[in-house]
Design a protein around this ligand. Structure first.
Ligand SMILES: [Mg+2]
Length: 324
């Protein structure tokens, strides 16, 4: 989301015209000079290698991918919309036999719809509070909650929400809060004017002081009671539903994660083939772990770019094996 840059997104913005000319001379294939410059700068800030253009991910590594784990907001969607191109990319991945699993901070009410109607194999929601999987043969939606919430969870969420709304001017209860079961979502950029980084930090601090874990997405601050996150629940989902042990480094290389925000950091740090859509650079100062690869396009167009790279590798493998 172009207008939402709470992390004081200065990366690249202060480069001089002389600097741009130098970056242009060293331009990365397939990347506009400005994006290439931002990626280089981010790479210099990283403690370990990462943030390389996706075009550099070898065909052989792409051909090994059997599943795509994907954040939704500003990763699959673009400025709050699910484009036809991004949905088609989901369909094409699924049809090619590549497992597709959204891993999102969005609520249970949304995930019920996603698990039933989107071309996906499962969905992780509310930052790991549960997963849902629709069994088409049985005609049944399976939901598995993780963690052991306090008995007074809803009362504590309502009390804290009122405190935060009173203390941080401009924020609001997320419009999808009524669809949520496990977490509190405070809007700082979706239906309200974007708030500065200090306001986002204040929301996080109040959630943590109340005993919650808190993560920042591109639009909300989410808080919850429980020792889980996107990664831990994804690991349980893949183990229990698909028999895949992500602790095994070889199996881990067969999966790819794509995201855009600080709440994706546990996933960025875990998967050797993690991918950031280009707008992840908006949050680069807040990323304790950075994605290994980065698309040239932002948001949903970046997701389409990744899907096409994977499908091209799959197609090349089929052609090599003599399959049509
Ligand atoms: Mg996101």
């Amino acid at each position: 989301m172009l207008v939402c840059e709470p992390a004081a997104i200065a990366v690249g913005s202060s480069e001089s015209s002389v600097g741009f000319e130098r970056e242009r001379e060293l331009s990365m294939p397939g990347l506009p000079a400005r994006e290439a410059g931002r990626i280089r700068k981010a790479g210099r800030m990283s403690a370990k290698p990462g943030m390389q253009p996706l075009a550099g991910l070898p065909l052989e590594a792409r051909s090994r991918i059997v599943g795509v784990l994907a954040d939704i907001d500003d990763t699959i969607t673009s400025e709050g919309r699910l484009t036809a191109a991004a949905y088609t990319a989901l369909e094409r991945l699924h049809a090619a036999g590549i497992k597709v699993i959204p891993v999102t901070g969005r609520p249970a009410g949304w995930c019920d719809h996603i698990a039933r109607m989107w071309p996906v194999d499962a969905v992780v929601g509310e930052n790991g509070a549960f997963w849902m999987r629709y069994d088409a043969q049985a005609g049944r939606l399976k939901t598995v909650f993780v963690g052991h919430p306090p008995a007074d969870r809803q009362a504590r969420i309502e009390t804290l929400a009122a405190e935060i709304l009173a203390a941080v001017p401009g924020c609001a209860l997320a419009s999808d809060q009524f669809c949520r079961i496990a977490d509190l979502a405070i809007d700082f950029c979706e239906d309200v004017a974007p708030l500065p980084a200090a306001a986002v930090d204040a929301i996080v601090q109040r959630m943590e002081a109340a005993g919650m874990r808190a993560k920042v997405s591109s639009i909300h601050v989410n808080g919850w009671f429980g020792d889980y996150d996107k990664l831990s629940t994804t690991q349980r989902l893949l183990a229990e539903e698909f028999g895949i042990a992500l602790e095994n480094a070889t199996q881990r290389e067969h999966w790819i994660f794509v995201g855009d925000s600080p709440n994706d950091v546990p996933m960025f740090g875990f998967f050797p083939n993690s991918v950031g859509v280009a707008n992840v650079l908006d949050f680069v100062d807040r990323l304790e772990a950075k994605p290994a690869w980065i698309t040239s396009a932002r948001s949903g167009a970046g997701f389409v770019e990744l899907a096409e790279a994977l499908l091209a590798a799959r197609h090349a493998g089929d052609a090599h094996r003599g399959n049509p």
